[in-house]
Design a binder for this molecule. Structure first.
Ligand code: SAH
Length: 239
């Protein structure tokens, strides 16, 4: 059994070599001590899981030969996570956990009480890739660039409902099983919560459902995981 799992952003076709970037080549040959002919599992987010053998790995990169598909492509339900970035380590945690929990897309949003003006999208995307490699997935959620919440809401396609984790509803947790299935997005605020203007705006939108995440105020990173779990259990692929 090939135990090492690697995300490769190339089409996977039997007999067509795929390139390794220098970091991947170093990981396989330098860290994991693989040699030519050794087998790993690769996935590209579209073509399922594949076994592939190492052709070569050096300082400038290398290549793998996909041999055969070993598992189907498994995509998560159509669930997005919108969250306001917080401190670096906690933001990394949210992206990692969202990928593990089966979010299909991760959208950092700037809210009135968001401190960070920019994010390292490439670094966050790399965290999502690593999470998928670790948890046996074949899908990697896209991490979008930071965008203002108000702009996203103005252009929102109302067929995707928004589950708004509203700290003002702290109390018995929402029962999501009564909500309609279909495309959803979860919205988690920053440590400072949502502003009065944001609350008014969200409250007017017909596609927004405010919910409680239980009787305690959770930190944003905890709230993200809790909301993803509730949704997956009630409407997603935990059923
Ligand atoms: N400073 C705010 C709390 C923010 S918690 C206050 O004291 O009121 C960060 C985010 O996590 C919130 O914006 C909300 O989206 C989510 N959250 C935390 N606990 C929650 C709960 N019990 N119910 C619903 N959402 C919650």
């Amino acid at each position: 059994m090939a135990r090492i799992r690697l995300f490769i952003d190339h089409p996977l076709v039997a007999g067509q070599p795929v390139p390794l970037d220098p970091a991947q080549a170093h990981y396989l040959a330098g860290v994991m001590r693989l040699r030519a002919g050794d087998v790993v599992t690769v996935f590209n987010g579209r073509d399922g899981a594949w076994s592939a053998s190492l052709l070569e790995a050096g300082k400038r990169g290398g290549s793998l030969m996909p041999d055969a598909q070993t598992g189907p492509q498994r995509n998560p339900p159509d669930l997005w996570l919108l969250f306001a970035p917080i401190k670096k380590a906690r933001t990394d945690f949210i992206v990692e956990k969202a990928a593990e929990m089966g979010a299909a897309r991760i959208l950092p949003v700037q809210t009135d009480h968001t401190n960070s003006e920019r994010i390292r999208q490439d670094r966050l995307q790399a965290h999502a890739v690593e999470a998928a490699e670790q948890c046996g997935g074949t899908f990697v959620p896209e991490v979008a660039d930071l965008a203002p919440l108000s702009r996203l809401l103005d252009g929102w396609d109302g067929t995707r409902r928004i589950l708004w984790a509203d700290e003002a509803r702290v109390g018995p947790a929402a029962t999501l099983a009564e909500l309609p299935p279909g495309p959803w997005a979860i919205l988690i605020g920053p440590e400072g919560g949502f502003s009065a203007a944001e609350r008014a705006h969200l409250g007017r939108l017909p596609f927004v459902t405010p919910v409680s995440l239980g009787p305690r105020i959770l930190r944003a990173d905890t709230a993200a995981v809790a909301a993803l779990a509730l949704w997956q259990a009630a409407l997603g692929d935990w059923r």
